[in-house]
Design a protein around this ligand. Structure first.
Ligand code: GAR
Length: 183
């Protein structure tokens, strides 16, 4: 199974997916970022994985930007597009073209807290539990069918930073395994 990984920032999930491909049934055939300054680009270099960079700021509309992504995807033709901290909304036409083949990981127990600032929202709501969700991408934001969820108890001294780290630690473990089971 051939996958491409989309990211926008630090890339801890990208790294775990690249590192674990030797242990699982998938091959990373490329990566993509919208952020020319993303730390994940260095991770791609480390794993000798080609990373396509297209800066969304060079485009006036999401559709124009996504058309260029579409050309890139047609060139490498992956079985799955794995969003790993990819922070751009994907246009409906791109989602429709790759229906059922785009997977996202979102740092909350969906349907709670779609969108941004999930750790802050969980703390503000005084939630007892927090976690992460792997799901299929549909054109509605963070709303597609859920593939896997992992949760943990929020402790009294948890902060946005500690929740970010706890969630990422879980994500880094479960994302490669879940991708491998996608077929
Ligand atoms: C991850 O926690 C992921 O769930 C989240 O961004 C982080 C990326 O971390 N994704 C979203 O918020 C998508 N809406 P990473 O760059 O270290 O993998």
């Amino acid at each position: 199974m051939k996958i491409v990984v989309f990211f926008s920032g630090t890339g801890t999930n990208l790294e775990s997916i690249l590192r674990e491909q030797k242990n699982y049934d998938y091959e990373v055939i490329g990566a993509f970022t919208n952020n020319p300054n993303a730390k994940g680009i260095e991770i791609c270099d480390k794993y000798e994985t080609e990373c396509k960079i297209i800066d969304h700021k060079d485009f006036n509309s999401r559709e124009d930007f996504d058309k260029n992504i579409s050309i890139f995807l047609d060139q490498i033709n992956p079985d799955y597009i794995i969003l790993a901290g990819y922070m751009r909304i994907i246009s409906k036409s791109l989602v429709d073209d790759w229906e059922g083949q785009i997977i996202n990981i979102h740092p909350s127990l969906l349907p709670k807290y779609p969108g941004l600032d999930t750790h802050k929202k969980a703390l503000q709501a005084k939630d007892k539990m927090h976690g992460t969700t792997i799901h299929y991408v549909i054109s509605e934001l963070d709303a597609g069918p859920i593939i896997r969820q992992e949760s943990f108890e929020i402790e009294l001294n948890d902060t946005i930073e500690s929740l970010t780290n706890k969630v990422k630690e879980i994500e880094n473990k479960i994302y490669p395994e879940t991708i491998s089971n996608l077929i």
